[in-house]
Write a protein that binds this ligand. Structure first.
Ligand code: SF4
Length: 309
């Protein structure tokens, strides 16, 4: 995957917490990695762009393009290539599949970044909104922290109008991928206000990244600031075991300690679910925090005292 940053990120990239997420290092180039698909998305792609892995949910990859390329991306094998860009015919095939599978009631638009290709996302949503069996829509995006000013462009303003229209009829979630509190600039916080005016629910997703956010204070600040600004912290992930991304993976034991401390310090709604996406394609599993003993007969209370259950 080649290096790609937005103008906005270039200005912020001297900040190590942001720069290290995007600036290609020697390790990335030298190893000649063959990036893998641990979530087994490719084998669940039922028509081009549509992943149907869980009975009632489907994920649509709008394209493989994003405003900037994250070095730790789970879909690093695809990002930046043209092969995933949906055409009108692809969209029609996806809609036909969803209509034929009314058990799918929850559809997630991802990619690539759906807000980076607003014309495709608009075409897709225009048809998706009329499928009665689809009850919930979600968009996963990282564009708010990569280029907040893009949300003032005409195509995205028009897309947000459509999102707002749909959100008045069906629950609509925007899942924003954020890694570090330094990404929450005044421009980003102001964009959250605009997004909240579209009647959507804002949620966040964060991946544990070695040397970037693998400490309690950083994540505490991140989740607290998100919560204060109307974004509910949703998932905190263990980094997927994609070959070539080893430099970013934090040992699970260290993550459990951090997540346990976060649970002590944050209110329930401000504390995301700590999960691992199992690499056989099984799905997300919650990781137990360090409260319980192995046989679940005793546990530590919030102060660390041992109590019998
Ligand atoms: S924005 Fe998302 S999909 Fe795009 S490279 Fe980053 S993590 Fe991957």
């Amino acid at each position: 995957m080649r290096e790609k940053l937005t103008k906005y990120l270039k200005e912020l990239s001297a900040n190590q917490n942001i720069g290290r997420q995007y600036l290609v290092e020697e390790y990335d180039i030298q190893d000649g990695h063959v990036y893998t698909d641990p979530l087994m998305e490719d084998s669940h792609e039922v028509v081009k762009g549509l992943i149907h892995k869980y009975k009632n949910r489907a994920l649509i990859k709008v394209s493989y393009h994003c405003a900037a390329h994250c070095r730790f991306c789970t879909r690093i094998r695809q990002i930046g290539t043209d092969a995933g860009t949906l055409t009108d015919a692809d969209i029609d095939n996806i809609i036909a599949y969803l209509v034929a599978h009314p058990e799918i009631d929850d559809v997630i638009l991802s990619g690539g970044d759906p807000f980076y290709t607003p014309h495709i996302t608009e075409a897709l949503l225009t048809k998706l909104k009329d499928i009665e069996s689809v009850k919930v829509l979600r968009i996963g995006t990282r564009l708010p922290v990569q280029s907040p000013i893009s949300f003032e462009s005409k195509p995205i303003v028009r897309l947000l109008e459509l999102v707002k229209q749909i959100a008045l009829e069906k629950p609509f979630y925007i899942l924003i991928h954020i890694e570090h509190p330094d990404e929450l600039t005044s421009e980003v916080l102001s964009l959250f206000k605009t997004l909240r005016q579209q009647h959507v629910t804002l949620l966040s997703q964060t991946v544990f990244l070695k040397g970037i956010n693998d400490d309690v204070e950083t994540l505490f600040q991140l989740f607290r600031t998100l919560y204060h600004n109307g974004v509910v912290p949703y998932y905190l992930y263990h980094c997927d075991k994609v070959a070539g991304l080893e430099n970013f993976i934090v040992p699970l034991e260290a993550e459990i300690e951090i997540a346990t401390e976060l649970h002590r310090r944050l209110s329930g709604i401000a504390c995301p679910a700590f999960v691992i996406d199992i690499h056989n394609g099984y799905g997300k599993l919650p990781i137990p925090l360090a409260y319980f003993t192995a046989d679940a007969t005793t546990a530590k209370d919030i102060e660390g005292n041992i109590i019998t259950l």
